[in-house]
Design a protein around this ligand. Structure first.
Ligand code: ATP
Ligand code: MG
Length: 371
């Protein structure tokens, strides 16, 4: 359950950002979060820190390690993320023990946002690896800049021995660092988000093990690159496939589920502070009812927030059956689900209105609805 401390919605509310803000601090919340581009050149004795990447560093000073889980909870709240107790505890342990966290749960419950919020709270750069089917080492770790190597070979004078050329073209200058190498070679500690790891295959997971347990990457031509600083690592998964035991063993585990009613109400009000309290409460009650139905895709926190924002725009003062019928496509997005929800919830809301007109039912902040 959530604590009763309430963050003032306006103060903590993620604000829209300008393109300049995004350059300065890509970790701050935005309507279109973007993946940080990787940089050329890394630092690890063999490597120097890249100048190119500096404009992407968050301006905030890295925070000292949090002393307790309660501090992490407060810190996350202060940057616009309302964690449950176990979320704050696991995040605290991850930072202090230096262990990666595997965050699993249904879509839209705040897995990705947790990593972004941690980067804001800790004042660390967020390095994001967005996973997809077919993702390979060249896109995740590093690759050689073949074009540049070719140009170098061509520009060498005739008669230069292959040994000399080879030494040259497999140096740092010809390496393109991708997110994992970027994260472990950064001079400042970062938050590394490996998002939707379940979209990759088991070979990719196996490759990750070296990074997650030893915080190093082996480059055959150059040898191992050891982490200069310890990143906080978050891996997220929607459970579309079972991850390997080897990967799980190296991680702390956090299951993020749909929040309890009061917790969700707080999150919704954080993102839609103009929503009247009574409508907000009704909204999360209805969302809870919809989740209890056997649907293909139950609505997540993301849908609750979208619905709340739409109701604010429409100036809605109560969620009656008509409002629900008109706006339910914001929370239900499958044809078959729409039919089920229209029938069950629409009917229920209709009954409630009828009852209240007859003087039998409470309005406003009355008791929760039930099917
Ligand atoms: N605890 C929370 N506090 C504040 N906002 C939250 C919280 N949980 C979720 N949200 C909001 O819900 C929305 C969805 O979150 P997010 O994108 O992180 O979900 P996800 O679990 O990564 O979903 P998916 O699996 O589809 O990628 C975001 O707008 C996020 O800000
Ligand atoms: Mg996500």
């Amino acid at each position: 359950m959530m604590k009763s401390t309430v963050v003032k919605p306006m103060a903590a509310m993620p604000s829209p950002m300008t393109s300049v803000d995004l350059m300065m601090c890509p970790n701050a919340p935005s309507a279109n979060p973007k993946t940080i581009p990787t940089r050329k050149g890394v630092a690890d004795g063999l490597f120097r820190a890249s100048k190119m990447h500096e404009s992407y560093h968050c301006q905030a000073m890295p925070a000292p390690p949090p002393p307790s889980a309660a501090d992490v909870a407060l810190g996350l709240r202060s940057v616009g993320y309302l964690p449950g107790d176990s979320t704050a505890l696991v995040a605290f342990l991850a930072v202090r023990l230096g262990k990666p966290v595997l965050v699993e749960g249904p879509a839209g419950v705040g897995k990705t946002e947790l990593a972004k919020a941690l980067s804001r709270y800790l004042g660390r750069e967020l390095v994001r690896l967005q996973c997809y089917e077919g993702l390979d080492e060249a896109k995740a770790l590093y690759e050689w800049n073949y074009r540049k190597q070719l140009l170098r070979i061509q520009s060498e004078a005739d008669g230069t021995g292959w040994d000399r050329v080879q030494d040259d073209i497999f140096g740092e200058e010809f390496l393109l660092a991708r997110p994992l190498l970027t994260a472990i070679s950064s001079a400042e500690p970062v938050v590394l988000l490996i998002d939707e790891i379940d979209k990759t295959d088991q070979e990719f997971e196996a490759m990750l093990l070296e990074v997650l347990s030893d915080f190093q990457i082996s480059i055959p031509e150059l040898g191992p690159v050891h982490a200069r600083t310890h990143p906080v690592v978050l891996l997220t998964s929607n459970n579309s496939r079972e991850l390997t035991e080897a990967l799980k063993r190296r991680c702390l585990y956090l299951w993020l589920d749909y929040p309890e009613l009061e917790h969700e109400l707080e999150i919704v009000r954080l993102h839609a502070p103009e929503l009247p309290q009574t409508v907000g409460r009704r909204l999360v009650e209805v969302i809870g009812m919809v989740r209890d139905l056997d649907l293909k895709k139950p609505p997540s926190i993301a849908e609750s927030i979208d619905w709340a924002r739409a109701l604010v725009l429409l100036g809605v003062q109560d969620i009656d059956s008509q409002t629900f019928a008109e706006t339910m496509s914001l929370i239900v997005k499958h044809r078959t689900d729409l039919d089920v929800v229209a029938e069950r919830i629409g009917l229920e809301l209709g009954d409630r209105v009828a009852a209240s007109v007859g003087g039998a039912g409470p309005e406003g902040d009355g008791p929760g609805l039930s099917i």
